[in-house]
Write a protein that binds this ligand. Structure first.
Ligand code: PEP
Ligand code: MG
Length: 588
């Protein structure tokens, strides 16, 4: 629900929305409302002599679009049963739209009158049609808006237009507002310009939220009615801790949040004193504290956080926002740079984990289902790609202390097969005389699918370490889609089933003398540190920003008390009981 009070500009009212805070901190800046579904294109003026040529381009692009739609329709007709019916209906609507096209006619007229290039004429026509449709209060017509955008975008693409990166030229102090941001969009945000973001959709554990935390961008997601009143250019505030979004704040509110922002920055600064201290409990048990990075560019911040290495480098972002796959040389250079910055500290590189809510346009991971093609399944299916990535990692490993981590493992045979591919790569590199370290990188697996935790003893025989991904482990154990904001109230890694699986994994690690890390989001929350340590986890890996607070917590606890607390938590039956136990503990 939005609240209103008298705003700073005479004709504006302060409006406050509350969503879910997913990345802490205060951002104050100017709103930029991202218009999704419309491709951004370059606009330029043309000479009178070129008008006909540009108009011809529009006609040809529309004809090409019509041909593509026909081919798609033929494919849809061949789909089994009546599964293609919906699609055929939609494609017919698109074709109809093209034939009687005000879109094409309008764009041709604009080229003649406004003397602009074909791409921007089509784009301007889409925007004006969308605007006209939006004004008609008609549910059927508003449902057609997406169709218009879709057909228009196809024509723009068929013009061979060089599309503009959607967030390329944003002004300083931008706060982004959008229906939804894909992880690939978020990875493109420049923290120098974008101060934070707010979205209508999204959840705490979606990859977009994880990226926001890694980039240190205050963010609120799942904010109902967010886009009803905000316009690009409005003054706005985001409180990423509490999920508050304030549009057109009053001067008093602005002052209050400027103070909060300063307090937050001062608090972060005060934690720097912990940087060179060890993460060791009161009774001298050492916990390895490492950092997660999603983009190679984050390595500098991480190296200054006091982390003892990289516990998780997500490589999938190297495969996003691009029109061709990164080749081995490019991957090698990016990984080598991370290794160089970390010196002799360990760097754990996870092989590609695309699929699910991290799609890449370059790899056909299918429906985007969390239960479909994802992680190691893609690597084992497209082994050329896997070999290329492993080759880049192993070549770079000569220069530092590298560990290799396989994601989304669900069976021992996947581990064996992945290791076979790795062995093949190492053999080839050796035969080519490529320098490799004397001791090859350790191999670990993500424990993030319940079957992997249940079979942890068998898995331990093949690998050197485990890294528990509590984000996915929670998703798959509780059958709750981690990106679905409607399920956020149920999604909790403190569910007894998830805690038991963490404990089983830690115990298996102990039996086989293999270190066990947690690199899911729970590792970053110092509220849970004592329990995780007590469950037997030997390493925690998290975004750089959280390293100091977790270190502070480790230094304040006693390992033997942590084990007792974990034993007590393991005896509880329900999530409510677990949460109550935490509340009681914190009251003491
Ligand atoms: C996890 O699942 O907890 C994890 C660390 O992997 P990701 O969030 O990248 O899926
Ligand atoms: Mg995962």
């Amino acid at each position: 629900m939005a609240e209103e009070t008298e705003g700073q500009k005479s004709n504006l009212r302060e409006i406050v929305y509350t969503g879910v805070g997913v990345s802490p901190g205060i951002a104050i800046g100017t709103a930029y409302v991202h218009n999704q579904g419309v491709i951004s294109v370059q606009k330029y003026r043309i000479e009178s002599d070129d008008v006909e040529k540009e108009q011809e381009r529009v006609v040809l692009a529309a004809e090409k679009t019509a041909r593509q739609l026909k081919i798609l329709r033929a494919k849809a007709e061949k789909m089994p049963g009546d599964s293609g019916e919906e699609l055929i209906y939609l494609l017919d609507a698109y074709s109809h739209m093209l034939r009687s096209s005000r879109l094409v006619r309008g764009a041709i007229k604009r080229i003649a009158i406004e003397k602009i290039n074909a791409e921007s004429a089509v784009q301007a026509e889409i925007s004006s049609l969308v605007e006209a449709f939006e004004m008609m209060d008609d549910a059927y017509l508003s449902a057609r808006l997406d169709d218009i955008k879709n057909v228009g975008s196809r024509i723009v693409r068929n013009l061979g237009a060089k599309t503009v990166e959607p967030f390329a030229n944003l002004p300083d102090n931008t706060i982004l507002f959008a229906n939804e941001l894909a992880p690939a969009d978020t990875a493109m945000l420049d923290p120098e310009k974008v101060r934070g973001f707010a979205t209508l959709a999204g959840s705490t554990l979606g990859h977009t939220a994880l990226l926001a935390r890694s980039l240190g961008l205050p963010a609120a997601v799942s904010v109902s009615n967010l886009l009803d009143v905000v316009d690009s250019g409005d003054k706005v505030i985001i409180d990423g801790t509490y999920g508050t979004v304030i549009i057109s704040p009053t001067p008093a509110t602005l002052k209050k949040y400027e103070n909060y922002r300063q307090d937050f920055l001062d608090w972060r600064e005060s934690l720097k004193g912990l940087r060179d201290l060890e993460a060791i409990t009161q009774d001298d048990v050492k916990i390895n504290l490492k950092g997660n990075i999603d983009l190679p560019s984050e390595i500098r911040v991480l190296s200054e956080s006091g982390a003892e290495g990289v516990g998780l480098m997500r490589t999938e972002y190297m495969f996003m926002n691009r029109s061709s796959l990164p080749r081995e040389e490019e991957q090698y250079k990016a990984i080598r740079e991370v290794i160089r910055v970390m010196g002799n500290k360990p760097v754990t590189i996870r092989t590609l984990d695309v699929g699910g809510d991290k799609p890449s346009d370059l790899i056909n991971s299918g429906s985007g289902s969390a239960l479909g093609m994802r992680g190691i399944r893609c690597s084992l299916k497209w082994q050329d790609l896997f070999e290329e990535q492993l080759s880049a990692i192993y070549r770079a490993s000569y220069y530092g202390n590298v560990k290799v981590l396989f994601p989304m493992i669900s069976s021992v045979s996947e581990v064996i097969e992945a290791i076979e591919v790795k062995d093949r790569v190492v053999e080839r590199l050796r035969s080519e005389g490529i320098k490799l370290p004397e001791k090859l990188p350790e191999i670990g697996i993500m424990i993030e699918v319940p079957s992997a935790a249940i079979c942890a003893d068998a898995m331990a025989k093949h690998v050197d370490f485990f890294s528990i991904g509590t984000n996915d482990l929670t998703q798959y154990t509780l059958a709750l889609d981690r990106s679905d904001s409607r399920l956020s109230h149920l999604f909790n890694p403190m569910h007894p089933a998830v805690i038991k699986l963490i404990h089983m994994t830690a115990e298996a690690g102990k039996r086989h003398n293999k270190p066990v890390s947690i690199c899911g989001e729970i590792a970053a929350n110092n509220y849970y540190t004592e329990l995780l340590v007590g469950l037997g986890v030997t390493e925690l890996s998290m975004p750089a920003i959280n390293v100091p607070t977790v270190k502070e917590r480790i230094r304040s606890i006693n390992y033997s008390h942590a084990v007792d607390f974990a034993d007590y938590i393991l005896s509880l039956d329900t999530l409510d009981d677990v949460l109550k136990a935490f509340e009681e503990k914190n009251r003491l």
